[in-house]
Design a protein around this ligand. Structure first.
Ligand SMILES: [Zn+2]
Length: 132
C-alpha cells in the first residue's frame, strides 16, 4: 500500500486516535490504506514507545475477533479533588483534615462557617493552570 497522504503512517494513526480520544477504536480501522497502512499495528507500538498512553482490549463482542485501541489524553496539571458538605458547599480538599474513612474529611466550611463533615466529589476538578 502506497502512502498518498501528507502525514506519515504513524501520524495518521495518532490523528485517528486523537479524533476519538477517550473512545475505543477498532484496530482494523488503524491499518487501512488511508490510516496506518498495512503496518498500522506496528505504528501503534511505536507511538506507545514515544510515550502516548494507548490502551488496548479485545472487542467486547466475542463474535468480533479484533482488538480495540484508545488514546488516553494526559490529564491537565493541577488536578484536584474537591469536597462537598451536606449543604452542597464545595471546598478544596487542602483546607480539610482527612478522616479515617476514605473519601471523608472534616473542616471549617468557608460558606456556612461551621465545622462540617465533607465528602469527596467523585469527579476530580481540572484546574486550568495556563496563565497563572
Ligand atoms: Zn457549608
Amino acid at each position: 500500500m502506497a502512502n498518498i497522504s501528507e502525514l506519515t503512517r504513524k501520524e495518521q494513526v495518532l490523528k485517528a486516535l486523537m479524533e476519538q480520544a477517550g473512545e475505543w477504536v477498532d484496530g482494523n480501522l488503524l491499518a487501512t490504506e488511508k490510516v496506518g497502512g498495512s503496518e498500522g499495528h506496528r505504528r501503534l507500538r511505536e507511538l506507545r514507545t514515544e510515550g502516548h498512553d494507548i490502551r488496548e482490549r479485545r472487542h467486547p463482542d466475542p463474535d468480533r475477533d479484533i482488538w480495540q485501541y484508545m488514546l488516553v489524553e494526559p490529564k491537565p496539571e493541577g488536578i484536584r479533588h474537591d469536597f462537598v458538605d451536606a449543604y452542597g458547599h464545595t471546598v478544596e480538599g487542602s483546607i480539610l483534615t482527612p478522616l479515617l474513612s476514605p473519601g471523608y474529611s472534616r473542616g471549617r466550611c468557608p460558606t456556612c462557617r461551621k465545622t462540617r463533615l465533607f465528602q469527596r466529589l467523585k469527579e476530580p476538578v481540572y484546574v486550568d493552570t495556563v496563565g497563572l
